[in-house]
Design a protein around this ligand. Structure first.
Ligand SMILES: NC(=O)c1ccc[n+]([C@@H]2O[C@H](COP(=O)([O-])OP(=O)(O)OC[C@H]3O[C@@H](n4cnc5c(N)ncnc54)[C@H](OP(=O)(O)O)[C@@H]3O)[C@@H](O)[C@H]2O)c1
Length: 229
């Protein structure tokens, strides 16, 4: 397979970090962002050019705009855009979730994805190819107590992505993707020690990377789960 340009938000930990490692190991070029400057510096040291890592908060539309301008000038439009960055609320019934925490989750999980789409997708549309994957969840298709804000944001990912799929030209795809259940910081936040019963991000990325690379226009608008085919 020829080398693809992969853009990933949230590369500093968890699934994004493991995807970065696996895509690069398989000969692809990765452009990524996250908020933690230390982790971004480490990634830049580990993986030099042509890979590129920047400290960008996806909830900051102006910062995403500046990042996209620099990335598109340097590398052109991505072949695969992975909207992976997200946060989860601390386990609590909805009525106990502080307004600031709810706002922050919506800013990152919904508005952050729209910001990245706003600034990267026009160049993909102009070229007429590319796949956009917005990370959903089992909690984008079902619910559980104590994670209502997160569920709301992932159900939003399903709707936002399916509508986007109807807007794209033929030859492109937008896909809401549930990654499965993986032992990351996010899972530890909601499952506690039971998160250890699930695969590590590195194990998951072994399956997820070929799966992501297999996605194409025929998958446009489909709610998919890693490994479901
Ligand atoms: N783990 C699971 O079992 C599971 C299940 C279903 C869905 N998912 C979804 O899979 C994706 C990855 O989850 P994960 O488990 O890997 O989570 P994680 O371990 O908490 O990692 C989240 C990543 O997103 C980054 N991030 C958070 N807020 C950001 C912001 N405002 N701007 C830029 N980057 C930001 C974090 O880095 P910084 O802190 O450095 O910014 C980190 O790199 C998420 O969309 C999640 O909802 C995960």
């Amino acid at each position: 397979m020829s080398s693809k340009l992969i853009l990933i938000t949230g590369v500093t930990r968890g699934l994004g970090r493991a995807l970065t490692k696996e895509f690069i190991a398989r000969g692809h070029r990765v452009i990524g962002c996250g908020r933690s400057q230390n982790a971004i510096d480490q990634l830049s040291k580990t993986y030099g050019a042509p890979h590129r890592f920047d400290a960008v908060d996806v909830s900051d539309d102006a910062a995403v705009a500046a990042w996209a301008k620099a990335v598109l000038a340097e590398a052109g439009p991505p072949d695969l855009l992975l909207n992976n960055a997200a946060v989860i609320n601390r386990n609590a019934p909805l009525w106990q979730v502080p307004a600031a925490e709810f706002d922050r989750l919506v800013d990152v999980n919904i508005k952050g994805v729209a910001n990245v789409i706003r600034h990267f997708v026009p160049a993909m549309v102009a070229r007429g190819t590319g796949v956009i994957v917005n990370f959903s969840s089992g909690w984008g298709r079902g619910t559980d107590p104590n994670v209502a804000p997160y569920c709301a944001s992932k159900w939003a990912m399903e709707g936002l992505t399916k509508a986007l799929a109807q807007e794209l030209p033929a030859g492109m795809a937008a896909i809401p993707l549930s990654p499965g259940i993986i032992d990351t910081d996010m899972l530890r936040s909601c499952f506690g020690g039971d998160a250890g019963l699930y695969p590590s991000p590195e194990e998951w990325a072994n399956t997820a990377v070929p799966y992501l690379l297999s996605l194409g226009p025929e998958d446009n608008g489909q709610s998919l789960t890693v490994g479901d085919r």
